[in-house]
Design a protein around this ligand. Structure first.
Ligand code: ADQ
Length: 495
Protein backbone atom coordinates (compact mmCIF):
# COMPACT_ATOMS: atom_id res chain seq x y z
CA UNK A 1 0.00 0.00 0.00
CA UNK A 2 1.32 3.45 -0.89
CA UNK A 3 2.53 5.69 1.94
CA UNK A 4 0.13 8.47 2.93
CA UNK A 5 1.08 12.12 3.28
CA UNK A 6 -1.49 14.38 4.97
CA UNK A 7 -1.24 18.15 4.91
CA UNK A 8 -3.51 20.40 6.96
CA UNK A 9 -3.18 23.87 8.44
CA UNK A 10 -2.88 22.50 11.99
CA UNK A 11 -1.64 19.06 13.03
CA UNK A 12 -2.96 17.13 16.07
CA UNK A 13 0.31 16.22 17.76
CA UNK A 14 0.26 12.99 19.80
CA UNK A 15 -0.46 13.60 23.46
CA UNK A 16 2.21 11.69 25.35
CA UNK A 17 0.20 11.75 28.60
CA UNK A 18 -2.56 9.82 26.85
CA UNK A 19 -5.20 11.81 28.72
CA UNK A 20 -6.73 13.74 25.86
CA UNK A 21 -8.76 11.54 23.54
CA UNK A 22 -8.85 12.96 20.03
CA UNK A 23 -11.78 13.93 17.85
CA UNK A 24 -12.97 11.60 15.11
CA UNK A 25 -11.11 13.26 12.24
CA UNK A 26 -7.72 13.01 13.98
CA UNK A 27 -8.40 9.38 14.93
CA UNK A 28 -9.41 8.43 11.39
CA UNK A 29 -6.46 10.12 9.70
CA UNK A 30 -4.06 8.78 12.31
CA UNK A 31 -5.45 5.28 11.69
CA UNK A 32 -5.01 5.68 7.94
CA UNK A 33 -1.46 6.96 8.45
CA UNK A 34 -0.60 4.12 10.84
CA UNK A 35 -1.98 1.49 8.44
CA UNK A 36 0.17 2.71 5.54
CA UNK A 37 3.01 4.49 7.27
CA UNK A 38 2.93 8.19 6.72
CA UNK A 39 3.71 11.79 7.23
CA UNK A 40 1.55 14.67 8.51
CA UNK A 41 2.71 18.19 7.76
CA UNK A 42 1.30 21.52 8.90
CA UNK A 43 1.77 24.78 10.74
CA UNK A 44 3.15 24.54 14.30
CA UNK A 45 0.82 27.33 15.47
CA UNK A 46 3.85 29.52 16.25
CA UNK A 47 4.79 32.72 14.48
CA UNK A 48 8.15 34.44 14.42
CA UNK A 49 10.08 37.27 12.81
CA UNK A 50 10.81 37.17 9.06
CA UNK A 51 14.36 35.88 9.45
CA UNK A 52 13.70 33.46 12.31
CA UNK A 53 11.80 30.60 10.60
CA UNK A 54 13.89 27.57 11.42
CA UNK A 55 13.96 24.09 9.91
CA UNK A 56 10.95 21.75 10.13
CA UNK A 57 10.34 20.32 13.59
CA UNK A 58 10.14 16.56 13.16
CA UNK A 59 8.48 14.11 15.56
CA UNK A 60 8.00 10.38 15.19
CA UNK A 61 5.26 8.25 16.76
CA UNK A 62 5.24 4.62 15.60
CA UNK A 63 5.40 4.69 11.82
CA UNK A 64 4.02 8.23 11.52
CA UNK A 65 6.26 11.26 11.07
CA UNK A 66 5.01 14.70 12.00
CA UNK A 67 6.55 17.73 10.33
CA UNK A 68 5.73 21.14 11.76
CA UNK A 69 6.71 24.48 10.37
CA UNK A 70 6.64 27.91 11.96
CA UNK A 71 5.30 30.83 9.93
CA UNK A 72 6.27 34.47 10.09
CA UNK A 73 3.99 36.99 11.82
CA UNK A 74 3.23 38.50 8.43
CA UNK A 75 2.35 35.05 7.05
CA UNK A 76 -0.13 34.43 9.86
CA UNK A 77 -1.73 37.84 9.44
CA UNK A 78 -2.07 37.60 5.68
CA UNK A 79 -2.64 33.91 5.05
CA UNK A 80 -4.50 32.67 8.16
CA UNK A 81 -6.24 35.64 9.78
CA UNK A 82 -6.47 37.46 6.46
CA UNK A 83 -7.40 35.65 3.27
CA UNK A 84 -8.38 32.28 4.80
CA UNK A 85 -10.53 33.55 7.66
CA UNK A 86 -11.64 36.98 6.43
CA UNK A 87 -12.36 36.07 2.80
CA UNK A 88 -12.67 32.34 2.16
CA UNK A 89 -14.48 31.41 5.41
CA UNK A 90 -17.20 34.10 5.15
CA UNK A 91 -17.66 33.60 1.40
CA UNK A 92 -18.00 29.83 1.69
CA UNK A 93 -20.56 30.45 4.47
CA UNK A 94 -22.53 32.88 2.27
CA UNK A 95 -21.47 35.97 4.27
CA UNK A 96 -20.34 38.28 1.49
CA UNK A 97 -21.10 41.16 3.85
CA UNK A 98 -18.27 40.03 6.16
CA UNK A 99 -15.66 39.33 3.49
CA UNK A 100 -12.81 41.84 3.56
CA UNK A 101 -10.69 41.31 0.53
CA UNK A 102 -7.21 42.83 0.44
CA UNK A 103 -4.80 42.18 -2.37
CA UNK A 104 -1.72 41.89 -0.14
CA UNK A 105 -3.46 39.25 2.02
CA UNK A 106 -4.41 37.26 -1.03
CA UNK A 107 -0.76 37.44 -2.16
CA UNK A 108 0.26 36.23 1.32
CA UNK A 109 -2.13 33.27 1.01
CA UNK A 110 -0.53 32.13 -2.24
CA UNK A 111 2.97 32.83 -0.87
CA UNK A 112 2.38 30.65 2.20
CA UNK A 113 0.97 27.86 0.03
CA UNK A 114 4.15 28.05 -2.07
CA UNK A 115 6.14 27.92 1.17
CA UNK A 116 4.24 24.80 2.37
CA UNK A 117 4.98 23.21 -1.03
CA UNK A 118 8.69 23.93 -0.66
CA UNK A 119 8.71 22.41 2.84
CA UNK A 120 6.87 19.31 1.68
CA UNK A 121 8.82 18.75 -1.52
CA UNK A 122 11.98 17.17 -0.01
CA UNK A 123 9.84 14.78 2.07
CA UNK A 124 7.76 13.32 -0.78
CA UNK A 125 8.56 9.83 -2.07
CA UNK A 126 7.72 8.51 -5.52
CA UNK A 127 4.46 6.64 -4.85
CA UNK A 128 3.12 8.63 -1.90
CA UNK A 129 -0.58 9.45 -1.88
CA UNK A 130 -0.93 13.07 -0.84
CA UNK A 131 -4.12 14.23 0.92
CA UNK A 132 -4.55 17.95 1.49
CA UNK A 133 -7.22 19.34 3.80
CA UNK A 134 -9.39 22.41 3.74
CA UNK A 135 -9.71 25.94 2.54
CA UNK A 136 -6.36 27.18 3.85
CA UNK A 137 -4.53 25.06 1.28
CA UNK A 138 -6.54 25.19 -1.95
CA UNK A 139 -3.55 26.16 -4.20
CA UNK A 140 -1.11 23.68 -2.64
CA UNK A 141 -1.39 21.01 -5.34
CA UNK A 142 -0.89 23.60 -8.09
CA UNK A 143 2.29 24.77 -6.32
CA UNK A 144 3.50 21.17 -5.96
CA UNK A 145 2.80 20.46 -9.65
CA UNK A 146 4.72 23.61 -10.56
CA UNK A 147 7.65 22.19 -8.59
CA UNK A 148 7.46 18.92 -10.53
CA UNK A 149 5.38 16.64 -8.25
CA UNK A 150 3.50 13.96 -10.22
CA UNK A 151 2.06 11.96 -7.30
CA UNK A 152 -1.66 11.45 -6.86
CA UNK A 153 -2.98 14.38 -4.83
CA UNK A 154 -6.42 14.61 -3.24
CA UNK A 155 -8.20 17.53 -1.57
CA UNK A 156 -11.07 17.53 0.93
CA UNK A 157 -13.03 20.69 1.65
CA UNK A 158 -14.48 20.62 5.17
CA UNK A 159 -16.65 23.72 4.68
CA UNK A 160 -19.45 24.43 2.16
CA UNK A 161 -18.79 25.33 -1.47
CA UNK A 162 -21.11 28.25 -2.21
CA UNK A 163 -23.32 28.97 -5.23
CA UNK A 164 -21.56 30.62 -8.22
CA UNK A 165 -23.04 34.09 -7.63
CA UNK A 166 -21.44 34.11 -4.19
CA UNK A 167 -18.13 32.46 -5.10
CA UNK A 168 -17.63 34.62 -8.17
CA UNK A 169 -17.83 37.76 -6.05
CA UNK A 170 -14.35 36.91 -4.79
CA UNK A 171 -11.78 38.72 -6.92
CA UNK A 172 -9.42 35.75 -7.32
CA UNK A 173 -12.10 33.08 -7.80
CA UNK A 174 -10.87 32.05 -11.23
CA UNK A 175 -7.31 31.42 -10.01
CA UNK A 176 -8.64 29.35 -7.12
CA UNK A 177 -10.95 27.36 -9.38
CA UNK A 178 -8.15 26.65 -11.82
CA UNK A 179 -5.74 25.69 -9.07
CA UNK A 180 -8.21 23.05 -7.84
CA UNK A 181 -7.88 21.30 -11.18
CA UNK A 182 -4.33 20.31 -10.18
CA UNK A 183 -5.81 17.67 -7.84
CA UNK A 184 -6.72 14.14 -8.89
CA UNK A 185 -9.66 13.80 -6.49
CA UNK A 186 -11.70 16.65 -5.02
CA UNK A 187 -13.91 15.82 -2.05
CA UNK A 188 -16.90 17.84 -0.87
CA UNK A 189 -19.17 17.29 2.12
CA UNK A 190 -22.42 17.06 0.13
CA UNK A 191 -23.74 16.64 -3.40
CA UNK A 192 -25.03 20.17 -3.12
CA UNK A 193 -21.47 21.48 -2.59
CA UNK A 194 -20.14 19.39 -5.48
CA UNK A 195 -22.87 20.71 -7.76
CA UNK A 196 -22.13 24.30 -6.71
CA UNK A 197 -18.50 23.70 -7.63
CA UNK A 198 -19.51 22.16 -10.98
CA UNK A 199 -21.77 25.18 -11.64
CA UNK A 200 -18.84 27.52 -10.89
CA UNK A 201 -16.71 25.72 -13.48
CA UNK A 202 -19.41 25.72 -16.14
CA UNK A 203 -20.41 29.37 -15.56
CA UNK A 204 -16.78 30.35 -16.10
CA UNK A 205 -16.57 28.09 -19.15
CA UNK A 206 -13.77 26.10 -17.56
CA UNK A 207 -13.46 22.66 -19.16
CA UNK A 208 -16.25 20.14 -19.41
CA UNK A 209 -17.99 17.41 -17.44
CA UNK A 210 -17.36 13.89 -18.76
CA UNK A 211 -19.77 12.16 -16.37
CA UNK A 212 -21.30 13.16 -13.00
CA UNK A 213 -17.98 12.77 -11.20
CA UNK A 214 -15.32 13.33 -13.91
CA UNK A 215 -14.24 16.72 -15.18
CA UNK A 216 -11.60 17.85 -17.60
CA UNK A 217 -10.07 21.31 -17.62
CA UNK A 218 -7.28 22.04 -20.08
CA UNK A 219 -5.01 19.02 -20.07
CA UNK A 220 -6.02 17.78 -16.64
CA UNK A 221 -8.83 15.40 -15.73
CA UNK A 222 -10.02 14.91 -12.17
CA UNK A 223 -12.76 13.39 -10.06
CA UNK A 224 -15.09 15.49 -7.87
CA UNK A 225 -17.41 13.67 -5.47
CA UNK A 226 -19.18 14.12 -2.17
CA UNK A 227 -17.71 12.24 0.81
CA UNK A 228 -19.84 13.20 3.83
CA UNK A 229 -17.55 13.10 6.85
CA UNK A 230 -18.67 10.97 9.82
CA UNK A 231 -17.66 10.35 13.43
CA UNK A 232 -16.24 7.30 15.20
CA UNK A 233 -19.87 6.25 15.89
CA UNK A 234 -19.46 3.11 17.99
CA UNK A 235 -16.57 4.46 20.06
CA UNK A 236 -18.44 7.68 20.76
CA UNK A 237 -21.59 5.78 21.77
CA UNK A 238 -19.53 3.65 24.19
CA UNK A 239 -17.86 6.79 25.59
CA UNK A 240 -21.25 8.38 26.29
CA UNK A 241 -22.53 5.24 28.01
CA UNK A 242 -19.49 5.13 30.30
CA UNK A 243 -19.72 8.87 31.03
CA UNK A 244 -23.17 8.38 32.55
CA UNK A 245 -21.46 6.75 35.54
CA UNK A 246 -19.04 9.57 36.36
CA UNK A 247 -19.11 12.10 39.23
CA UNK A 248 -19.40 15.00 36.77
CA UNK A 249 -22.53 13.43 35.35
CA UNK A 250 -24.07 12.99 38.81
CA UNK A 251 -23.20 16.58 39.78
CA UNK A 252 -24.75 17.92 36.61
CA UNK A 253 -27.94 15.90 37.14
CA UNK A 254 -28.13 17.19 40.70
CA UNK A 255 -27.72 20.79 39.59
CA UNK A 256 -30.53 20.40 37.06
CA UNK A 257 -32.86 19.50 39.89
CA UNK A 258 -35.39 17.77 37.64
CA UNK A 259 -35.29 20.35 34.84
CA UNK A 260 -34.94 19.14 31.25
CA UNK A 261 -31.57 19.81 29.66
CA UNK A 262 -31.36 21.38 26.21
CA UNK A 263 -27.84 21.53 24.79
CA UNK A 264 -25.96 23.63 22.24
CA UNK A 265 -22.26 22.97 21.48
CA UNK A 266 -20.42 25.09 18.95
CA UNK A 267 -17.21 26.96 18.37
CA UNK A 268 -18.02 30.64 18.75
CA UNK A 269 -18.54 31.45 15.08
CA UNK A 270 -21.12 33.55 13.23
CA UNK A 271 -21.86 30.61 10.92
CA UNK A 272 -23.25 28.58 13.84
CA UNK A 273 -26.40 30.68 14.30
CA UNK A 274 -25.97 31.08 18.07
CA UNK A 275 -27.73 34.44 18.35
CA UNK A 276 -30.73 33.24 16.30
CA UNK A 277 -30.84 30.13 18.51
CA UNK A 278 -30.95 32.18 21.72
CA UNK A 279 -33.70 34.33 20.17
CA UNK A 280 -35.64 31.13 19.36
CA UNK A 281 -35.17 29.79 22.89
CA UNK A 282 -36.36 33.09 24.36
CA UNK A 283 -39.36 33.10 22.02
CA UNK A 284 -40.16 29.49 23.05
CA UNK A 285 -40.10 30.47 26.74
CA UNK A 286 -42.31 33.50 26.11
CA UNK A 287 -44.82 31.57 24.01
CA UNK A 288 -44.86 28.47 26.25
CA UNK A 289 -44.80 30.02 29.69
CA UNK A 290 -45.62 26.64 31.27
CA UNK A 291 -42.11 25.53 30.23
CA UNK A 292 -40.41 28.29 32.21
CA UNK A 293 -38.50 26.85 35.19
CA UNK A 294 -38.78 23.37 33.62
CA UNK A 295 -35.95 23.59 31.07
CA UNK A 296 -32.36 24.86 30.96
CA UNK A 297 -30.32 25.59 27.85
CA UNK A 298 -26.64 24.73 28.31
CA UNK A 299 -24.71 26.53 25.58
CA UNK A 300 -21.05 25.38 25.47
CA UNK A 301 -19.09 27.66 23.22
CA UNK A 302 -15.30 27.83 23.26
CA UNK A 303 -13.90 31.05 21.84
CA UNK A 304 -12.23 30.80 18.46
CA UNK A 305 -10.25 33.12 16.17
CA UNK A 306 -10.46 35.95 18.71
CA UNK A 307 -7.81 37.86 16.74
CA UNK A 308 -10.32 38.36 13.89
CA UNK A 309 -12.48 41.47 14.70
CA UNK A 310 -15.86 39.86 13.76
CA UNK A 311 -15.23 37.07 16.25
CA UNK A 312 -14.29 39.42 19.06
CA UNK A 313 -17.48 41.43 18.47
CA UNK A 314 -19.53 38.24 18.47
CA UNK A 315 -18.09 37.09 21.79
CA UNK A 316 -19.44 40.24 23.40
CA UNK A 317 -22.79 40.09 21.59
CA UNK A 318 -23.61 36.49 22.59
CA UNK A 319 -22.57 37.00 26.23
CA UNK A 320 -24.77 40.12 26.43
CA UNK A 321 -27.68 38.36 24.77
CA UNK A 322 -27.57 35.38 27.17
CA UNK A 323 -27.28 37.82 30.10
CA UNK A 324 -30.28 39.80 28.88
CA UNK A 325 -32.49 36.68 28.57
CA UNK A 326 -31.43 35.46 32.00
CA UNK A 327 -32.09 38.92 33.46
CA UNK A 328 -35.53 39.16 31.87
CA UNK A 329 -36.81 35.63 32.50
CA UNK A 330 -34.66 34.08 35.25
CA UNK A 331 -35.79 33.71 38.86
CA UNK A 332 -33.84 33.35 42.09
CA UNK A 333 -33.64 29.59 41.61
CA UNK A 334 -33.73 29.24 37.79
CA UNK A 335 -31.23 30.38 35.17
CA UNK A 336 -32.71 29.81 31.68
CA UNK A 337 -29.35 29.81 29.86
CA UNK A 338 -26.07 28.50 31.22
CA UNK A 339 -23.47 29.93 28.88
CA UNK A 340 -19.88 28.72 29.12
CA UNK A 341 -16.86 29.56 26.99
CA UNK A 342 -14.65 26.58 27.53
CA UNK A 343 -13.69 23.40 25.75
CA UNK A 344 -14.70 20.17 27.43
CA UNK A 345 -12.98 16.81 27.22
CA UNK A 346 -14.72 14.36 24.94
CA UNK A 347 -16.01 12.04 27.70
CA UNK A 348 -17.60 14.99 29.53
CA UNK A 349 -19.15 16.25 26.31
CA UNK A 350 -20.45 12.78 25.43
CA UNK A 351 -22.07 12.48 28.89
CA UNK A 352 -23.79 15.87 28.56
CA UNK A 353 -25.15 14.98 25.12
CA UNK A 354 -26.62 11.81 26.60
CA UNK A 355 -28.23 13.69 29.47
CA UNK A 356 -29.88 16.23 27.15
CA UNK A 357 -33.49 15.83 26.00
CA UNK A 358 -32.87 18.06 23.01
CA UNK A 359 -29.89 19.39 21.03
CA UNK A 360 -30.15 22.68 19.17
CA UNK A 361 -27.84 22.44 16.16
CA UNK A 362 -28.88 25.46 14.14
CA UNK A 363 -26.03 26.76 11.97
CA UNK A 364 -26.90 29.30 9.30
CA UNK A 365 -24.52 27.36 7.05
CA UNK A 366 -22.19 24.44 7.90
CA UNK A 367 -20.10 22.04 5.82
CA UNK A 368 -21.28 19.04 7.85
CA UNK A 369 -21.56 19.65 11.64
CA UNK A 370 -20.17 16.83 13.71
CA UNK A 371 -21.92 17.95 16.89
CA UNK A 372 -25.23 16.77 15.36
CA UNK A 373 -23.74 13.34 14.71
CA UNK A 374 -22.07 13.09 18.12
CA UNK A 375 -25.34 13.98 19.86
CA UNK A 376 -27.21 11.17 18.08
CA UNK A 377 -24.47 8.61 18.76
CA UNK A 378 -24.46 9.51 22.48
CA UNK A 379 -28.15 8.80 23.10
CA UNK A 380 -29.68 6.12 25.27
CA UNK A 381 -31.57 3.89 22.82
CA UNK A 382 -34.44 3.35 25.29
CA UNK A 383 -35.04 7.05 25.83
CA UNK A 384 -33.23 9.04 23.15
CA UNK A 385 -33.17 12.83 23.01
CA UNK A 386 -34.29 14.77 19.93
CA UNK A 387 -31.98 16.41 17.41
CA UNK A 388 -33.23 19.76 16.14
CA UNK A 389 -31.12 20.46 13.07
CA UNK A 390 -30.73 23.32 10.62
CA UNK A 391 -31.58 22.55 7.00
CA UNK A 392 -28.42 24.46 6.11
CA UNK A 393 -26.01 22.03 7.81
CA UNK A 394 -24.48 19.39 5.55
CA UNK A 395 -25.60 16.83 8.17
CA UNK A 396 -29.25 17.53 7.25
CA UNK A 397 -28.66 15.75 3.90
CA UNK A 398 -28.08 12.51 5.80
CA UNK A 399 -29.99 12.92 9.08
CA UNK A 400 -33.41 13.39 7.55
CA UNK A 401 -35.14 11.98 10.64
CA UNK A 402 -33.98 14.93 12.75
CA UNK A 403 -36.45 17.76 13.35
CA UNK A 404 -35.33 20.02 10.51
CA UNK A 405 -35.68 23.78 10.92
CA UNK A 406 -34.88 27.02 9.15
CA UNK A 407 -32.74 28.87 11.74
CA UNK A 408 -33.65 32.26 10.23
CA UNK A 409 -37.29 31.57 11.19
CA UNK A 410 -37.07 32.30 14.92
CA UNK A 411 -40.74 31.61 15.71
CA UNK A 412 -40.74 28.44 13.60
CA UNK A 413 -37.70 27.22 15.52
CA UNK A 414 -39.40 28.12 18.82
CA UNK A 415 -42.41 25.98 17.83
CA UNK A 416 -40.08 23.14 16.82
CA UNK A 417 -38.43 23.29 20.28
CA UNK A 418 -41.87 22.91 21.89
CA UNK A 419 -42.82 20.04 19.54
CA UNK A 420 -39.51 18.24 20.13
CA UNK A 421 -39.81 18.40 23.93
CA UNK A 422 -43.30 16.92 23.68
CA UNK A 423 -42.39 14.15 21.22
CA UNK A 424 -43.57 10.67 22.35
CA UNK A 425 -40.88 8.14 23.15
CA UNK A 426 -41.88 5.73 20.31
CA UNK A 427 -41.35 8.46 17.75
CA UNK A 428 -38.04 9.46 19.31
CA UNK A 429 -36.83 5.86 19.20
CA UNK A 430 -37.88 5.42 15.57
CA UNK A 431 -36.10 8.57 14.44
CA UNK A 432 -33.00 7.76 16.49
CA UNK A 433 -32.74 4.23 15.09
CA UNK A 434 -32.88 5.46 11.50
CA UNK A 435 -30.23 8.13 12.15
CA UNK A 436 -27.98 5.71 14.03
CA UNK A 437 -28.11 3.29 11.10
CA UNK A 438 -26.84 6.04 8.81
CA UNK A 439 -24.11 7.03 11.27
CA UNK A 440 -22.90 3.45 11.63
CA UNK A 441 -22.70 2.95 7.86
CA UNK A 442 -21.10 6.33 7.12
CA UNK A 443 -18.66 6.59 9.98
CA UNK A 444 -15.36 8.46 9.79
CA UNK A 445 -13.42 5.31 8.91
CA UNK A 446 -15.70 4.64 5.93
CA UNK A 447 -15.21 8.27 4.88
CA UNK A 448 -11.44 7.89 4.99
CA UNK A 449 -11.50 4.51 3.19
CA UNK A 450 -13.74 5.76 0.40
CA UNK A 451 -11.71 8.89 -0.27
CA UNK A 452 -8.35 7.12 -0.18
CA UNK A 453 -9.75 4.27 -2.31
CA UNK A 454 -10.82 6.75 -4.99
CA UNK A 455 -7.47 8.55 -4.79
CA UNK A 456 -5.44 5.33 -5.05
CA UNK A 457 -7.51 4.23 -8.05
CA UNK A 458 -7.49 7.55 -9.86
CA UNK A 459 -5.63 7.41 -13.16
CA UNK A 460 -1.92 8.13 -12.72
CA UNK A 461 -1.37 11.88 -13.09
CA UNK A 462 -0.67 12.53 -16.74
CA UNK A 463 -1.16 15.00 -19.52
CA UNK A 464 -4.25 13.63 -21.22
CA UNK A 465 -6.34 15.02 -24.01
CA UNK A 466 -10.06 15.20 -23.17
CA UNK A 467 -10.83 12.27 -25.47
CA UNK A 468 -8.21 9.98 -24.01
CA UNK A 469 -8.87 10.18 -20.29
CA UNK A 470 -9.19 6.76 -18.69
CA UNK A 471 -11.98 6.21 -16.20
CA UNK A 472 -11.02 5.22 -12.65
CA UNK A 473 -11.14 1.45 -12.21
CA UNK A 474 -12.39 -0.16 -9.01
CA UNK A 475 -10.13 -3.13 -8.50
CA UNK A 476 -10.14 -4.99 -5.20
CA UNK A 477 -6.33 -5.18 -5.01
CA UNK A 478 -5.74 -1.45 -5.09
CA UNK A 479 -8.54 -0.60 -2.68
CA UNK A 480 -7.33 0.56 0.74
CA UNK A 481 -7.66 -1.88 3.62
CA UNK A 482 -10.78 -0.99 5.67
CA UNK A 483 -9.80 1.33 8.49
CA UNK A 484 -12.48 0.48 11.03
CA UNK A 485 -10.74 -2.81 11.87
CA UNK A 486 -7.32 -1.17 11.97
CA UNK A 487 -8.66 1.50 14.34
CA UNK A 488 -9.66 -1.12 16.88
CA UNK A 489 -6.01 -1.91 17.46
CA UNK A 490 -4.87 1.69 17.54
CA UNK A 491 -4.14 3.17 20.95
CA UNK A 492 -2.78 6.53 19.96
CA UNK A 493 -4.12 9.57 21.77
CA UNK A 494 -4.09 13.13 20.51
CA UNK A 495 -4.23 16.57 21.95
P1 ADQ B 1 -16.22 22.98 12.89
O1 ADQ B 1 -16.74 24.24 12.30
O2 ADQ B 1 -15.24 23.14 13.99
O3 ADQ B 1 -15.60 22.01 11.78
P2 ADQ B 1 -18.04 20.75 13.81
O4 ADQ B 1 -18.23 19.85 12.66
O5 ADQ B 1 -19.28 20.91 14.61
O6 ADQ B 1 -17.56 22.21 13.42
O7 ADQ B 1 -16.90 20.14 14.71
C1 ADQ B 1 -16.64 20.66 15.96
C2 ADQ B 1 -15.89 19.61 16.80
O8 ADQ B 1 -15.41 20.30 17.94
C3 ADQ B 1 -16.83 18.51 17.28
O9 ADQ B 1 -16.15 17.29 17.28
C4 ADQ B 1 -17.18 18.95 18.70
O10 ADQ B 1 -17.38 17.89 19.61
C5 ADQ B 1 -15.94 19.72 19.10
N1 ADQ B 1 -16.36 20.77 20.06
C6 ADQ B 1 -17.16 21.81 19.83
N2 ADQ B 1 -17.33 22.53 20.97
C7 ADQ B 1 -16.63 21.90 21.92
C8 ADQ B 1 -16.42 22.13 23.31
N3 ADQ B 1 -16.96 23.14 23.97
N4 ADQ B 1 -15.62 21.28 23.96
C9 ADQ B 1 -15.05 20.24 23.34
N5 ADQ B 1 -15.22 19.96 22.03
C10 ADQ B 1 -16.00 20.78 21.34
C11 ADQ B 1 -15.39 22.09 10.36
C12 ADQ B 1 -16.60 22.46 9.51
C13 ADQ B 1 -17.75 21.51 9.80
C14 ADQ B 1 -17.29 20.07 9.56
C15 ADQ B 1 -15.99 19.77 10.29
C16 ADQ B 1 -15.43 18.41 9.91
O11 ADQ B 1 -16.99 23.81 9.77
O12 ADQ B 1 -18.88 21.80 8.98
O13 ADQ B 1 -18.30 19.18 10.03
O14 ADQ B 1 -15.00 20.75 9.98
O15 ADQ B 1 -15.29 18.27 8.53
Amino acid sequence: MARLVVVSNRVPIPDKSGTAPAGGLAVALQTALAARGGLWLGWSGRSCAEDAVGPLQMLKEGNIDYALTDLTERDVEEYYQGFANRVLWPICHYRLDLAEYERHEMAGYFRVNRFFASRLLPLIEKDDLIWIHDYHLIPLAAELRRQGVTNRIGFFLHIPWPAPDVFHAMPVHETLLTSLTAYDVLGFQTEHDRENFADCLSRRGLGKRLDPARFVVGERAFTARSYPIGIETDDFAALAKRAAETTLHRRMLQSLDGKQLIIGVDRLDYSKGITQRIDAFESFLNRHTDSQRKVTLLQITPKSRSEVPEYEAMQRAVAEQAGRVNGALGTVDWVPIRYINRSLRRPALAGLYRMAKLALVTPLRDGMNLVAKEFVAAQNEEDPGVLLLSRFAGAAQELKEAVLVNPYDVEGTADAIAGSLAMPVEQRRERWKAMMKTLRTNDVFAWCDTFLGDLAESPAPQKASPAGIPKPARSAETRAQPLRAAAATSHARWS
